[in-house]
Ligand binder design. Structure first.
Ligand SMILES: [Zn+2]
Length: 116
């Protein structure tokens, strides 16, 4: 099965924006592709690897790809929201990029804030 490789021209600015949002990892972030279980779009593998689900190009947009990268980068940086008792690695605010699922409105706000 062929799958979409996210262009470096989308990845680099997303990582730069995520470093502004969450702090820098201080080293190169690696993006790899795997068949993730369930509906997962991405996964963070500390210390600095972002796993992207193997999907056809038709299932990716620039916004979706950049926000998944930004979200997973937040996990690599150890994002915590202790007020979200059941799932403190995510925000319980649907307006946050760190909400447990991809919210395209929050995604667009984050992208436009960072000029993506
Ligand atoms: Zn997450």
């Amino acid at each position: 099965m062929s799958y979409f490789i996210i262009p470096q021209a989308w990845i680099a600015p997303a990582i730069a924006a995520a470093a502004m949002s969450f702090g820098t990892l201080g080293d190169t972030t690696k993006v790899i592709y795997r068949n993730l279980p369930g509906q997962g779009l991405g996964e963070a593998r500390p210390p600095r690897t972002i796993v992207i689900d193997k999907r056809p190009a038709s299932e990716w947009s620039k916004a979706k790809a950049q926000c998944v990268i930004g979200h997973e980068y937040g996990h690599l940086r150890g994002f915590r929201d202790e007020s979200n008792k059941d799932d403190p690695v995510h925000s319980d605010n649907p307006r946050s990029l760190m909400f447990h699922s991809l919210n395209l409105t929050a995604c667009e706000r984050w992208r436009s804030h960072h000029g993506l």
